[in-house]
Design a protein around this ligand. Structure first.
Ligand code: 13P
Length: 374
């Protein structure tokens, strides 16, 4: 999966601003039939509500071909209008004719915004990934995954959900996620391809179980298991060799933050590992900025602190990979929860979250995804 935005998202970009213009135009067209300013205003509001719902729930999900069909229908309907709206037409006839004009506005606006969108830079993927760490028994993990699947429909389809359970749960959770768009990731992989490495789990094995992602370089692994940039370079190579997208974690500890060294720390973590990737590999990378002092502590970086360092990370990426850096999702991690997600995700360079504790309750995990709708 590439970093760039998916098709539904592209359409949403064209439809949502277009909707604002459509609300006024549709409302005025239908309101033309109604007496008095108040009724016209009611028509505008009603049209607006219907149009926004349609954009969010239906049109956004259409494929390009389906939308072309929809737009052609609008054209045909418009051409039929003179046949319907005559002087002698009944109220119902005139209403139908006006409805046709409303569809025409929809057509024109959708086309204009599609054209404008083509000239705009791509938006990045929005990702909410759950790192379950060493929590839940397999059956509990399956229940958790099922809970996420059950509530997924309440969250914008523009949000990409990923769950990263312990290795022991992967096969069962993969089964529970079947038929949904929630993707599976692992929390680690071995630095070697296979062989006599007791206790290790190869990238090939997790890929075979249906994983699309692997978290690499998490601070807990750097801190408790001595993972160095050298090991991480090997793990990254294994991930790519097996078609996995790494979620590469960077972040400073409290001492480093207090000494004002956080920029240098994340820069080194990127230079020592990410800079070794090819341009093609870089297109399949997710970065997670996780300040160690915010992990599991309840202490979150402020939205401004997150934006400041995310923008810096993007600059460091751009120094090596140029324009492709604009498409690399950078997630925030560290005591991210439903109450603070929306504010953090609203920042320009924050493309979602890597969630620990709050990913262990389906309700909270999904509520974090809703942070993108606010
Ligand atoms: P918490 O959300 O529990 O702070 O954990 C963050 C994290 O480490 C995700 O990888």
């Amino acid at each position: 999966m590439k970093n760039g935005v998916d098709t539904r998202e592209k359409q949403a970009i064209g439809l949502v601003p277009g909707s604002l213009a459509a609300i006024a135009l549709c409302g005025l067209t239908l309101g033309g039939l109604l007496p008095g300013i108040i009724w016209k205003a009611v028509a505008i509001v009603l049209c607006g509500m219907v149009w926004l719902q349609a954009s969010r729930k239906i049109l956004v999900r259409m494929s390009l071909l389906q939308r072309l069909g929809y737009q052609t229908l609008c054209c045909v309907a418009f051409l039929l209008q003179p046949l319907i709206e005559t002087d002698e037409a009944t109220f119902a006839g005139r209403f139908m004719a006006r409805l046709v004009v409303v569809f025409l506005w929809a057509l024109i606006i959708a086309i204009i915004y599609n054209i404008i969108y083509k000239n705009k830079p791509k938006m990045r993927k929005k990702i909410v990934a759950g790192n379950w760490k060493m929590n839940t028994l397999p059956a509990e993990g399956v229940e958790l995954a099922k809970g996420v699947v059950a509530g997924r429909g309440e969250v914008c389809s523009c949000v990409n959900f990923i769950v990263c359970p312990p290795f022991t749960h992967l096969a069962m959770v993969a089964e529970a996620l079947k038929g949904s768009d929630i993707e599976l990731g692992a929390q680690n992989c071995a630095a070697e391809a296979k062989g006599a490495y007791t206790g290790e789990v190869a990238a090939q094995m997790i890929a075979a179980l249906g994983c699309k992602y692997v978290i690499l370089g998490h601070s807990e692994r750097r801190q408790y298991y001595g993972e160095t940039s050298e090991t991480l370079n090997k793990k990254m190579a294994q991930a790519y060799a097996n078609g996995l997208t790494p979620i590469y974690c960077v972040g400073e500890n409290l001492d480093e933050r207090e000494a004002g060294k956080h920029f240098d720390v994340v820069k080194a973590q990127i230079e020592e590992v990410v800079y070794n990737l090819t341009e093609e590999q870089f297109k399949n990378l997710v970065i997670a900025y996780e300040p160690v002092w915010a992990i599991g502590t309840g202490k979150t970086a402020t939205a401004d602190q997150a934006q400041e360092i995310h923008a810096y990370i993007r600059k460091v990426l751009a120094d090596k990979f140029g324009a492709a850096a604009a498409e690399c999702p950078i997630l925030y991690g560290g005591s991210c929860k439903p109450s603070n997600a929306a504010e953090i995700f609203a920042k320009e360079d924050v493309d979602g979250g890597l969630i620990g504790g709050a990913a262990l309750k389906a309700e909270d995990f999904l509520a974090i995804g809703k942070g993108f709708q606010k």
